[in-house]
Write a protein that binds this ligand. Structure first.
Ligand SMILES: [Zn+2]
Length: 329
């Protein structure tokens, strides 16, 4: 694979509080703002913007106030002023009004601040900080498995972070259906870290995400300064499917919990026949798939409402080219 060059990453945004009760990002953004981090980076090769994405949800320490902000950044939702029709539980195109959910209004503001999505004015890189209650370590989550900037930053963190495993999750979704905040940038990924209960802070997790962000900024500075990063191959987990909890067909209440043999075993290969759930009547329910796959987001607290008990991924190796900044552009 021949070397690929990219223009410098001159405008970078780090966002926290997109989900208001995921507190690593909330406190890290506050800490950077307290230190007036922007000034420090003025001497460096890029400008850094720290963003508190959903201040109203942060204030209430809730994931969101009316609708999940991190599902509001599809092109369709951003293109038209939209409102949320509760009865139909889907987004429809109608003009913004007093009844428009706060998060829909806020997504338009963030698209103005960090985008517009898909335009030359968009941020060069957006990194959005999240927590999970699942035992996932530090994960990059991206809609692309061929964004060489993101994959090189991922490899850099894998090498530099000693205390926490670093992995890359790829959601194989068409680009124009990418729904999350980081998709507004020219390059972008979510940095998801856990386990941490929502609404709480664990210092080991805080230190790990802080190191992750610092190492990312260090990589950007090296890249902008002309360092060539060698190609190679990296491990990527591509989402295959989500599995919901067993539910009562009438009430939709869950009838089982994640099996103890699976709890906290994110990224440990799940084989056909392995236990998935332990029902409240004591029955073990097993994985019926034909292919061994890697579980992640196992028992994520925020996904009960989304009907996801765990996700399953296929592990692949992706070859990445050498890259270098094209400073003449
Ligand atoms: Zn989140």
């Amino acid at each position: 694979m021949s070397k690929v060059s990219f223009p410098a990453l001159s405008r970078v945004a780090v966002c926290g509080g997109t989900h208001g009760n995921e507190l690593s990002g909330v406190y890290l953004v506050r800490e950077y703002l307290r230190r007036k981090h922007n000034q420090r980076n003025a001497q460096e090769s890029f400008t850094l913007m720290m963003v508190m994405s959903n201040p109203r949800a942060v204030q209430q320490c809730r994931r969101y106030t009316e609708t999940d902000l991190n599902r509001c950044f599809t092109r369709a939702t951003l293109r038209t002023a939209t409102s949320f029709k509760r009865e139909s539980r889907r987004l429809i195109s109608t003009p913004i009004s007093d009844k428009t959910p706060y998060e829909i209004v806020r997504s338009q503001e963030l698209n103005g601040l960090l985008g517009p999505k898909g335009s030359p004015e968009a941020m060069d890189l957006v990194c959005d900080l999240h927590n999970t209650t699942a035992n996932m370590g530090l994960c990059f989550i991206s809609f692309s498995d061929s964004d060489w900037i993101c994959l090189h930053i991922y490899r850099h963190l894998q090498r530099e972070l000693a205390t926490i495993p670093v992995r890359y999750i790829h959601f194989d979704t068409p680009k124009n259906e990418a729904y999350s905040l980081e998709s507004v940038g020219k390059h972008g990924f979510a940095m998801e870290i856990g386990p941490q209960p929502h609404g709480s802070v664990r210092s080991n997790i805080f230190v790990a995400i802080q190191e992750g962000v610092e190492q990312m900024l260090e990589w950007i500075h090296l890249f902008n300064s002309g360092t060539q990063f060698e190609g190679g191959s990296v491990e990527v987990f591509t989402l295959v499917k989500n599995i919901d909890y067993p539910r009562d067909p009438e009430t939709r209440a869950i009838t089982a919990a994640i099996h103890p043999d699976l709890q906290d075993r994110d990224f440990c290969l799940l084989h056909p026949g392995d236990p998935l759930f332990l029902s409240f009547s004591g029955e073990t329910l097993r994985y019926k798939g034909k292919e061994p796959l890697y579980p992640f987001f196992v028992n994520e607290c925020a996904y009960y409402e989304k009907g996801i008990a765990l996700s399953l991924a296929r592990r692949r190796r992706v070859v990445i080219p050498s890259i270098q900044c094209d400073r003449d552009r």
